[in-house]
Design a protein around this ligand. Structure first.
Ligand code: AMP
Length: 349
């Protein structure tokens, strides 16, 4: 856009009027790419209660120089209905500007309703809410270096990650209510099957009793079946799955076949001694034999360190890994997790 505008204004010294806040990132990149002489002004549109009949008067704040006889180019981040643009052009029509051009990075032709000529358009986009590269959603997201579509169907798939005892199950119970998600705990499904002496339960029992991982094939098939049981889910919280790279790949494939993906893996961090204490305490009331014996607990930690911890890099590579301090009150930890999840709502990563 910088070269395009330069090629038609090369004999001028234009004033680029940047409409804040959204256009600040665009204006910065634009400025760095504009090869000729030019000046910049930064304005924002504010409304105040006026005494005229309509009650509300719009005003441009921040314009520090006269634009009389100048060539002015308004730099906008996005033009949708054109209401803001209309206000701005109306205000400029009162100045004795030599010529006025409008340039916008994004333009939504489907919703633009005004009779105003837009001289330069970076990209025409469908009528979707976008965030990033200066554009915000409720103030957030301006710092994203890329542009994302707002994930307003709220389909969020989370992996809760962490060693046994980190609080994944406890937190999942709060988060599933808050975000209306389906919670799948592979440990719970195995325990349910063991209790009911199903074929799956019999297969898993010997591994679980020792604190070993159940073989991938059994676990992956079970997980697939659990996901298939919930075709109308808003999203899932996977708790205790994936625990191996093979499981992570299987989860990606399963979700991809439904046109969805893991949005984030959130690790609850706590040190081993705290976790052992918690698990032994839980073992007193839960009746879980794998929680009652420190040797079995340590074996589960070994399994985690060898097979599950490598997944941190797997999800870091995909920029989906978040870490949350798992020490504190249950409410505090829920809040920390919610902060991460709320951040996800503004991106469709
Ligand atoms: P949890 O309730 O998540 O602590 O899981 C208890 C036990 O169930 C583990 O120690 C494993 O034996 C088995 N298990 C649960 N999830 C998995 C998984 N994703 N892969 C293999 N084994 C699992």
């Amino acid at each position: 856009m910088a070269s395009e505008i330069y090629s038609s204004l090369k004999d001028e010294n234009p004033v680029f009027v940047v409409v804040l806040n959204g256009a600040f990132v665009f204006a910065s990149d634009f400025a760095k790419n504009y090869p000729g002489n030019c000046e910049f002004e930064f304005v924002r549109l504010a409304s105040y209660e006026g005494t005229n009949s309509s009650g509300e008067v719009k005003q441009l704040l921040g314009l520090n120089k006269s634009l009389e006889e100048r060539t002015v180019v308004v730099l906008e981040d996005i033009i949708d209905t054109g209401n803001t643009l209309e206000e701005i052009t109306e205000i400029f029509s009162k100045e004795k500007i030599k010529q006025l051009y409008i340039a916008t990075l994004f333009f939504k032709p489907e919703v633009f309703k005004k009779e105003i000529k837009i001289d330069y358009i970076g990209l025409k986009i469908p009528n979707k809410f976008i965030v990033g590269y200066g554009l915000d959603y409720n103030g957030l997201g301006r710092n994203f270096s890329q542009v994302y579509e707002l994930n307003n169907n709220r389909m969020i798939n989370l992996v809760l990650f962490g060693k046994p005892g980190a609080g994944k199950g406890t937190q999942a119970n709060f988060l599933k209510e808050k975000y209306q998600l389906v919670h799948i705990s592979t440990g719970d499904v195995f325990r349910f099957n063991i209790k009911n002496e199903t074929e799956l339960g019999n297969l898993a029992k010997s591994y679980m009793d020792k604190g070993d991982l159940v073989p991938d094939e059994i676990t992956i098939n079970m997980l697939n079946a659990e996901v298939e049981k919930n075709p109308d889910a808003n999203g899932f919280i996977f708790d205790g799955f994936p625990r191996t790279t093979k499981q992570a790949k299987a989860l990606d494939d399963l979700l991809a076949s439904k046109n969805i993906a893991v949005n984030a893996t959130i690790a609850l961090e706590a040190n081993d001694e705290v976790l052992i204490e918690r698990l032994l305490e839980r073992g007193k009331s839960s009746g879980r034999s794998d929680d009652q014996d420190e040797g079995k607990i340590r074996n589960r930690f070994d399994e985690y360190n060898q097979k599950t911890a490598p997944l941190i890099d797997y999800y870091k590579n995909e920029e989906k890994f978040f870490s949350v301090d798992g020490i504190g009150s249950i409410e505090e930890i829920t809040e920390r997790l919610s902060d991460v999840i709320d951040g996800l709502m503004i991106s469709s990563k």
